[in-house]
Design a protein around this ligand. Structure first.
Ligand code: AMP
Length: 113
């Protein structure tokens, strides 16, 4: 498959991997928007959040747990951080393999732009 994040998961394209297990992979965003900006992806290809099915409930919870683990390891858990999953054009989704942005290490504005 030609999906960029599937290729990263298969190690065909290099990435700065910060966490990996059988279900998920986490790596540094190539264009960081905060001092900590990590992407958590499922190894399973799901193109947008709209394609998440009942069968994926545990997997999505697992992604959140992985994001929490990374936030704690990077020292941003207590100060605060943000998990973001963009869906489709108006939200600016540019890679159609779901990913949770884990952002922190600075004061994050709300509402986002
Ligand atoms: P989104 O706009 O929500 O689809 O987010 C896609 C994210 O993937 C962006 O923040 C990009 O900077 C990031 N990205 C694109 N290509 C790569 C790559 N090869 N390695 C790491 N991050 C990437």
């Amino acid at each position: 498959m030609d999906c960029l994040f599937c290729r990263i998961a298969r190690k065909e394209i290099p990435a700065k991997i910060v966490y990996e297990d059988g279900l998920v992979l986490a790596f540094e965003d190539v264009n960081p928007q905060a001092p900590v900006h990590v992407l958590v992806i499922p190894k399973k290809h799901i193109s947008t959040s709209l394609e998440i099915s009942d069968k994926d409930d545990a997997l999505i919870g697992y992604m959140v747990q992985a994001a929490n683990k990374i936030a704690r390891e990077r020292g941003i858990a207590e100060r605060g951080f943000r998990m973001v999953m963009n869906c489709n054009k108006d939200a600016g989704q540019s890679v159609f393999h779901i990913h949770m942005h884990v952002l922190g290490g600075r004061l994050l504005q709300w509402p986002p732009g």
